[in-house]
Design a protein around this ligand. Structure first.
Ligand code: NAP
Length: 295
């Protein structure tokens, strides 16, 4: 499909009247709830066991016609775990998305849902545009790619946002892991052969909302600006937090994992910047998250 078939912009949307956030316990879900509460927009968050991606009945029960915007921040996010249960990951990341989209179409609500840089093979040398060929190299990427095509076939009004390397001052993420390890360790070896774009969950919620109000439809890429390797990101965590820990670069072969990781997964965010303005650098957003973490 061409770029203009995948993405469009219509009239700016007014603020939604009532928003449902699926997966409100996750990094992105919690950020959405914070944003909506700060903006004084009526919102409801649901998570397991009340809302379960594996249970289609719970999808129908939770997505009622009082909502005009549904944010799906729930997903199977265990990349390595997906290798040993691809059917489970596909149920959560594709078949549930299909159900959610069907339900949103029925109640006439707009759906915002998230996908990943891992739908791409990672063998490019310049940022992936929204119409770059999909070719995932692991089970999680395949499950999200199937979710993307299920959504494209649905009649729901939607914004599908691909993002990457998400971190927040809470939840399970690389930034918190490095911050915890660097407190007590003298040396950390961190992979320097995977390049991408870190993304602050809090800024992601803000920029996603900005895409919504600006009238975006279809596929969009949202991350922080600039790019780096995991080694660069870890080094900046340690430097900013002033830990006495040395960070040494190494290759991915030192940390064999069940799921292959793309070597280069930088998303082209230029369309989003054009529509909603600068997204802010990963360094600036990282410092904000670390300030919140340090307290
Ligand atoms: N994290 C990243 O680096 C990254 C990168 C690219 C794209 N994304 C995408 O961004 C979106 C948001 O992810 P995140 O970073 O906020 O991940 P997260 O912090 O791991 O949150 C995942 C959320 O999904 C919920 N969930 C998992 N399985 C569920 C199920 N069977 N039924 C209902 N809820 C379930 C979790 O609930 P519990 O609290 O019950 O576990 C949690 O609320 C996802 O679509 C993800 O694929 C994330």
């Amino acid at each position: 499909m061409t770029h203009s078939q995948l993405q469009s912009i219509t009239e700016p949307r007014p603020n939604p009247k009532r928003v449902l956030v699926l997966g409100c316990t996750g990094m992105v879900g919690r950020s959405w709830i914070e944003l909506l509460q700060q903006s004084k927009i009526d919102c409801t968050g649901v998570s397991r066991p009340q809302f379960d991606l594996m249970n289609p009945d719970s999808i129908t029960r939770c997505i009622t016609d009082q909502f005009d915007l549904v944010v799906n921040a729930a997903a199977w996010t265990d990349v390595d775990g997906a290798e040993s249960d691809e059917a489970g990951a596909t149920r959560a990341n594709a078949f549930a998305v299909e159900e959610i989209a069907k339900r949103c179409a029925t109640i006439n609500a707009t759906l915002i849902t998230y996908s990943t840089d891992y739908v791409f093979a990672g063998d490019a040398s310049s940022p992936y545009s929204i119409d770059a060929p999909i070719n995932p190299i692991n089970a999680y990427g395949r499950s999200k790619a199937t979710g993307e095509s299920k959504l494209a076939q649905s009649s729901a009004s939607h914004i599908l946002i691909r993002t990457s390397w998400v971190y927040a001052p809470w939840g399970v993420n690389f930034v918190r892991t490095i911050h915890n390890l660097a407190k007590t360790k003298d040396n950390l070896r961190v992979v320097n052969d995977q390049q991408g774009r870190p993304t602050s969950a809090q800024h992601l919620a803000h920029s996603s909302f900005a895409l919504f109000t600006a009238g975006a439809h279809g596929i969009w890429h949202l991350t922080d600006e600039d790019e780096c390797t995991w080694f660069d990101l870890a080094s900046e965590v340690v430097r900013y937090a002033r830990f006495q820990c040395t960070v040494t670069p190494c290759g991915s072969d030192e940390y064999p994992r069940p799921a292959a990781r793309p070597a280069y997964s930088t998303l082209d965010i230029s369309d989003s910047i054009k529509l909603v303005g600068p997204l802010g650098t990963w360094q600036t957003h990282l410092h904000e998250a670390l300030d919140a973490l340090i307290g």
